[in-house]
Design a binder for this molecule. Structure first.
Ligand code: PMP
Length: 430
């Protein structure tokens, strides 16, 4: 069914005049899926979004990860209301910060102390600064295709080979900054070992998304993260996990506990805030005490640890402690994986689905997707058609083949059944 998007398109046209590209974050644009104005949403309820034309969507975008308890979970809403009614910002410590910090350090064994920030970008950026201050070294290694936010240092691509320094991938990033970063393929131990053999004594830290959520959903190969830890520590550098997507996504805790591989520092964000602006980073006392006012690494924030985000975050984590919810989200994701694979077979469309817990992504390809190059080498045009066909069926996905689908605790079996039907219809049009 073709939905009426006339009001949405009007808002889109107005938006373009006053907001760059009509969006406040580039990934919201429909550029990667064949263009057109993005749908303008009016409100969210549970697992549903309603647009300005009155169309309802079952949502799997989850705002790119933060929405794990749904758009307006009563417990989170109550916490936000209560926070708003009792003062939104003090510039002083509050007891909520302490309670939330304790919840995080209790749930994550590698974290003795945390600091809150306002975004994932800030959290990752600070872990890099702390690692540099702690090790007294400057180089950073990252894995290609992994996204760590929009600070200069991580907007850098691989150089011409694993043994060269990086080149900038955004205007405004200096050549000097790009030369502080080395990029290697994910899931490729030998490339990483080669880089560390060449540069290891200058490397402060390696940045890792332990499970990748930024070229779909990609799991580490057995032994990969263990090898990264071992090689990194042999060279006296630190391992930083960027768990901005993976925190509390697969179980109550971080992906590191699930995988049994422990980093030195971890950056958090997205779902720990129940949808409010948030980031956090943490690690053992010895490293975290490098941060001001105790140590030389400066990090601050007027809004950091604000009462609204803290109380929303506490409420969100309280909800996530309900028994059985992660199993349920994983079951729903498995059902969608099976439906996507079955539709691929039925309509003879090469389809690969990567699914981990309650998250998944569909790739239009006939090969395994284990690193960024594999994800690049999938059919973007077909993904664009799939995205639009699903939108027509009232299903909201990410408008890019590099993102992922997220189940929330508000999805029901009826939603999953409706989505399976939509998948079949969408594939019939591909
Ligand atoms: N790290 C990862 C793994 C991310 O996916 C993102 C956001 N997509 C960030 C960092 C940046 O977080 P934020 O958008 O909150 O700054």
């Amino acid at each position: 069914m073709k939905l009426d998007h006339s009001k949405s398109n009007q808002v889109g046209a107005e938006a373009e005049k006053v907001i760059v590209g009509g969006v406040n974050s580039p990934s919201r644009s429909y550029k990667a899926v064949g263009g057109g104005y993005p749908v303008t949403m009016e409100y969210g309820d549970g697992a549903y979004l309603y647009d300005v034309d009155g169309n309802r969507y079952i949502d799997y975008l989850a705002a790119y990860g933060p929405i794990i308890t749904g758009f307006n979970h009563p417990h989170v809403v109550k916490a936000v209301k209560s926070a708003a009614e009792t003062g939104v910002l003090f510039g002083t410590p509050t007891k909520h910060e302490v309670k939330f910090a304790k919840m995080l350090t209790d749930a994550i064994p590698s974290m003795d102390k945390v600091r809150f920030t306002n975004s994932g970008t800030e959290a990752v950026m600070t872990t890099v600064r702390v690692a540099r201050a702690y090790t007294n070294r400057e180089l950073i290694v990252k894995f290609s295709g992994q996204y760590h936010g929009h600070f200069d240092l991580v907007l850098v691509e691989a150089g011409s080979g694993p043994s060269t320094l990086g080149t900038n991938s955004s205007g405004g990033v200096t050549v000097g900054t790009a030369r502080e970063v080395i990029t290697v393929p994910y899931n490729d131990v030998e490339s990483y070992r080669a880089v560390m053999e060449k540069w290891g004594d200058q490397v402060a830290a390696v940045l890792v998304e332990p499970i990748v959520g930024n070229f779909g959903m990609v799991a580490p190969k057995p032994g990969f993260l263990e090898a990264v830890n071992e090689i990194t520590h042999q060279h006296g550098a630190l391992v930083i996990y960027d768990e901005v997507i993976t925190n509390f996504r697969f179980h109550y805790g971080a992906a590191q506990d699930l995988l049994g591989v422990i980093p030195d520092l971890t950056a958090f964000g997205k779902s720990i805030g129940g949808g409010l602006p948030i980031g956090a980073y943490g690690g053992p006392v010895e490293i975290m005490d490098t941060v001001a006012p105790l140590g030389p690494a400066y990090q601050a924030g007027t809004m950091a640890g604000n009462p609204l985000s803290m109380q929303a975050g506490i409420a969100c984590l309280e909800v996530l402690q309900e028994p059985g919810i992660y199993e349920r989200m994983a079951d729903f994701a498995e059902q969608l994986r099976d439906a996507l694979e079955a539709a691929g077979k039925k309509y003879s469309i090469p389809t690969v689905v990567n699914q981990i817990g309650g998250s998944l992504q569909v790739y239009f390809t006939d090969h395994e997707v284990k690193d960024y190059n594999d994800a690049v080498d999938t059919d973007a045009e077909r993904y664009g058609k799939f995205f639009k066909a699903m939108l027509d069926e009232g299903i909201n996905l990410a408008p890019s083949k590099y993102e992922a689908m997220y189940i929330t605790i508000m999805h029901t079996q009826e939603d999953i059944d409706e989505t399976k039907k939509a998948i079949d219809t969408a594939f019939s049009k591909l």
